[in-house]
Design a binder for this molecule. Structure first.
Ligand code: SF4
Length: 878
């Protein structure tokens, strides 16, 4: 009531609202003011984080927070009057616009922001233009000398740093991938298991930087998590300066285009495309746009929490999600962040990317010369999964409607500039009759694709057009054959075998419809090529770039359509042993959101080998959990199989460096045997008691979102009252990266979440002192898993997956030599054969919850000193 009556100062309104169960809460959110005053500056969105960011005393307890909020507001207001305010430029104009939009802070801040003497340039005039650089020559073939690599490693690790034998050997092994290739299609391939703490990053940056300097080529390092990208960017500073003498960056972070701010979308949003709260977000993003390092909105220097303050998908609408870029036809083309990143990476010594981008780039790069040839996949244990999704084909309602929009533009009179193919290529159409006909034919055929409201029509059994008819048949068949017994509300699926006649028939009609779209698109592609080959007078360099862009965008839609047709044409026939096909209805919280036909490669490393390995000269896959922790001798078998080596017929170089950490003395695995599976109150109670015993610092991992939410609902309030906040993925309206920042920043905080946290969390030190898994992480027995399990050795396949998951989760615990802590699994049935997942020497005990709590309270190492007795615990030394 107080909040509704009068504006209150608060911090992170959506989070407070969700905790209070009062969704309409609004007021003067300090995070919004921070984003306005210090755009592109890092701040953990908690009282403590805000205090640190503003240089104020950190509040000692909750009671001190209201005072901090007032002081923080005072400090922010004072900054507006400070002549030294770094981010002053643009603030005066922005606050005028924000006042018109009724941003609550505008009234407060405006009187303190002096009108500048000269009119402020607006963002689009202010941003620098990128320069077109000549093509980089192919790298020289060089042999790296072992001495040069070791000397570089010594330089990077720093004078006087302790010489680590493991790291030196590792760097030497990695150097071998840079040797000249001896046969086409046969890259040097190395698999390197690098135990936590050996200094893997500098271990590969040393040979990579020596090679880049002596060959003039580009090395790509690909990661799975954004966190490692951040870390790599920081570590690369030791080997390369921020800028070369000519001002170009030698190290570039390169992401998929959907990560970057699209200036044209922003301009649209600022000029009336967004209304209400989203329009305020657009203004704050424009402030950031003037100060950002590289325009990366997801995981870059735009605060991760900014988007969640505004609920609707505002951030996504400001990126180029749907490939609607009009390239050189765009007035901001010469300043575009995406184009800049692409150009910078072509000239860079080191490109930091992610697995998905590297694979997509290899499969359909606009410029084949930009394909990476020296590649290091860090977090290499994720390459298989990344390949699995990259080379998948999914024909679904969501995907087809996206295609429809790309061809025809939005259906309703949407705000903004989103336009269809005809509008984007209007000049081609007016010049070239055949091109105009092809565009008209594609637009006509595009009407056969699903349109807005398709889900509703499916539910009412009134599909419109051949694709919707197919999806309706798929939906009916999936429900009819569902035997999962899963509670309503979760996704269901069925094999694409022995399908009813209705599905096969509908698939035939849908396939014809897709072909009728594909054929005019191919014709149009041909016309564009002809125009480029014999350019008309009006085609200037910009027009040419735009047509090249359109041709590229067309090519991958044509490939997509062909893949869908192939998928449909197979439905009635015999199964192809290379693929796993299935039908699915995707649901979340009892709401259907998509209907799909899926196709995955049984072994996705086959297309990976063809697309990524074959054209490459040197590839490294490295990780702390690359090899299998089995008791058998053959720890490498699965890593080799999952590298794609067999498909290019190379024998990979194998390298292993053990972690230098003393796990036996600094970690303890506790298997708690008295929490029965399915006993939710007991599970929640166990989590609460462990968090209390540790005093926070617990990372809780769940295999099901449902249980995570239930446990959080039962314990979070009580623990928070005791000064032990529990943050939760899938519950708190905060993105995962920010949740981890909060967890890292507050040693009394705990974090619970699902898979994404299992190996994306790097929190050394006291903030993470206990990892709790709710049960043994069995793989979900879905259709894809069952097919791979059958092909991969049955239960041994499952065991390998579980061991890998346990090893990754355990890996969160000890991140530095000083770290110590407990790894707890709440499972009465933990097969002994899986214990080899933990590093050799780590003590493993089967105990009751009470005994576990005693050990946790006493800390690691206390048991061996006799402080705690564990009467019935059974100890193992794996
Ligand atoms: S060139 Fe494309 S991505 Fe870049 S600002 Fe223009 S429309 Fe957006």
């Amino acid at each position: 009531m107080a909040a509704a009556d009068t504006p209150v100062l608060l911090l992170n309104a959506p989070l407070v609202a969700s905790r209070l169960g009062y969704p309409d809460l609004s007021g003067l959110d300090l995070l919004e003011a921070f984003a306005f005053i210090h755009p592109a500056r890092f701040c953990v969105p908690t009282p403590r984080g805000l205090a640190e960011a503003l240089g104020l005393p950190v509040p000692e307890n909750d009671a001190a927070v209201p005072e901090l909020l007032q002081r923080a507001a005072g400090a922010l207001v004072a900054t507006c009057g400070d002549p030294e305010w770094f981010e002053r430029e643009g603030a005066w104009s922005a606050v005028q616009s924000l006042e018109r939009l009724r941003w609550p802070w505008a009234q407060v801040l405006r009187p303190h922001i002096a009108k500048p003497e000269r009119a402020e340039r607006w963002l689009f005039a202010k941003l620098p233009e990128w320069e077109e650089a000549g093509e980089r020559p192919a790298p020289r073939q060089v042999d790296l000398s072992a001495e040069a690599v070791q000397a570089q490693l010594a330089r990077l690790t720093g004078e006087g740093a302790e010489q680590r034998e493991g790291q030196r050997a590792y760097a030497g092994d990695v150097a071998r991938i840079f040797a000249p290739r001896s046969a086409p299609g046969r890259p040097h391939l190395a698999l390197a298991q690098a135990g936590t703490g050996i200094g893997k990053t500098l271990g590969y940056l040393a040979p990579a930087s020596v090679w880049a300097a002596s060959s003039g080529g580009t090395v790509w390092v690909s990661t799975f998590t954004k966190n490692l990208q951040r870390q790599l960017r920081a570590e690369s500073r030791r080997a390369w300066p921020a800028k070369r003498a000519d001002g170009t960056p030698p190290v570039v972070v390169r992401k998929g285009r959907e990560n970057y701010l699209c200036l044209l979308n922003l301009e649209d949003a600022l000029q009336g495309g967004f209304a209400g709260r989203p329009a305020i977000l657009a203004q704050l993003v424009a402030r950031w746009g003037a100060y950002t390092r590289d325009g990366d909105m997801i995981g870059g220097d735009l605060p991760g929490w900014l988007g969640t303050l505004f609920r609707k998908r505002g951030i996504a609408a400001l990126t180029d999600q749907r490939g609607e870029c009009i390239y050189a036809g765009c007035p901001h083309y010469r300043k575009c962040f995406i184009e800049r990143a692409a150009r910078d990476s072509a000239q860079a010594d080191l490109v930091i990317a992610n697995h998905a981008l590297v694979m997509v780039n290899a499969a359909r790069a606009r410029d084949p010369n930009q394909r990476p040839t020296r590649l290091i996949f860090d977090e290499g244990h994720h390459v298989f999964d990344a390949a699995d999704s990259t080379f998948a084909a999914t024909l679904s309602g969501q995907e087809t409607i996206e295609l429809r929009r790309w061809i025809m533009g939005p259906e309703r009179e949407a705000r903004g500039r989103r336009r269809g193919l005809a509008a984007r290529l209007a000049d081609v159409a007016s010049y070239d009759d055949a091109g105009a006909e092809a565009i008209a034919a594609a637009c006509k055929a595009g009407q056969l694709l699903p349109s807005d409201g398709w889900l509703q029509r499916l539910a009412e059994n009134a599909p419109f057009g051949p694709l919707e008819a197919l999806l309706a048949a798929v939906r009916t068949a999936t429900y009819a054959r569902d035997e999962s017994g899963q509670e309503a509300g979760y996704g269901i699926e069925t094999e694409a075998a022995g399908l009813p006649g209705e599905v096969i028939e509908a698939a035939g009609a849908a396939s014809e419809a897709l072909a009728s779209i594909r054929v005019p698109l191919i014709r149009l592609g041909g016309r564009l090529e002809a125009i480029l080959a014999e350019p008309p007078d009006w085609l200037d360099a910009q027009g040419r770039a735009r047509i090249e862009g359109a041709r590229f965008a067309l090519a991958w839609r044509i490939d997509l359509l062909a893949a869908w047709e192939a998928l449909l044409d197979r439905l009635g026939g015999p199964a192809d042993p290379e693929f796993v096909d299935w039908l699915a209805v995707d649901r979340s919280d009892a709401r259907e959101f998509d209907v799909a036909i899926h196709r995955r490669w049984l072994d996705p490393m086959k297309p990976f080998a063809r697309v990524v390995l074959e054209p490459a000269h040197g590839v490294l896959l490295t990780s702390a959990t690359l090899t299998d922790r089995t008791e058998d001798d053959d720890r490498w078998a699965s890593a080799i199989q999952r590298s794609g080596a067999a498909h290019v017929e190379v024998a990979p170089l194998l390298s292993a460096a053990e972690s230098p950490f003393d796990y036996a003395a600094r970690a303890e695995v506790l298997i708690v045997t008295d929490i029965a599976k399915g006993d939710l109150p007991a599970l929640a109670g166990a989590y609460a008691r462990i968090i209390e015993a540790c005093g926070g610092g617990v990372l809780g991992l769940f295999t099901a979102i449902r249980r995570l939410r239930a446990v959080h609902g039962r314990i979070a309030d009580r623990l928070a009252r005791g000064g032990l906040p529990v943050y939760a993925q899938h519950v708190d309206p905060i993105d995962t990266g920010t949740l981890v920042d909060i967890f890292r920043d507050d040693p009394r905080a705990s974090l619970i979440g699902t898979d994404a946290l299992r190996d994306g969390v790097d929190v050394p030190g006291h903030s993470l002192r206990c990892v709790v898994m709710e049960q043994v992480p069995w793989p979900r027995p879905d259709i894809l898993h069952k097919a791979r399990r059958l092909a991969g050795g049955g239960s041994a396949y499952d065991d390998r997956i579980i061991r890998a998951r346990l090893a990754q989760a355990f890996g969160r615990l000890i991140r530095s030599k000083e770290d110590s802590g407990h790894f707890i699994v709440l499972s009465p049935a933990f097969p002994s054969r899986l214990l080899s997942a933990f590093p050799k020497g780590t003590p493993v005990l089967r105990v009751t919850l009470d005994q576990a709590l005693q050990r946790v309270r006493a800390g690691v190492g206390a048991a061996s000193s006799g402080d705690v007795s564990v009467p019935s615990g059974e100890a193992f030394q794996p």
